[in-house]
Design a protein around this ligand. Structure first.
Ligand SMILES: [Zn+2]
Length: 79
């Protein structure tokens, strides 16, 4: 269902860009819209319905820790 007053939250903070006109979803990288990764408001044309809409990006930092590369042998032989 396209954007309306009742479903605004469905169009907020999604993992993919969701067109408010036709409800399709896409990754900016798949559509060569790499400028969408910059933190500002973008005006884009939907790759499905060709109508324009605004996109805001909210970036988040995710911390991930790796301990798989050790100098000492732990449970298996280090090469
Ligand atoms: Zn669309």
């Amino acid at each position: 269902m396209p954007l309306n007053e009742e479903n605004r939250l469905d169009y907020w903070s999604n993992d993919q860009v969701r067109c408010p006109h036709c409800d399709c979803e896409f990754e900016p990288g798949q559509e060569d819209m790499y400028d969408l990764y910059e933190e500002e408001t973008h005006e884009v044309e939907c790759p499905v319905c060709n109508r324009e809409f605004l996109v805001n990006i909210n970036t988040a930092i995710i911390f991930k820790y790796s301990t798989d590369d050790q100098e000492v042998e732990i449970g298996y032989e280090v090469k």
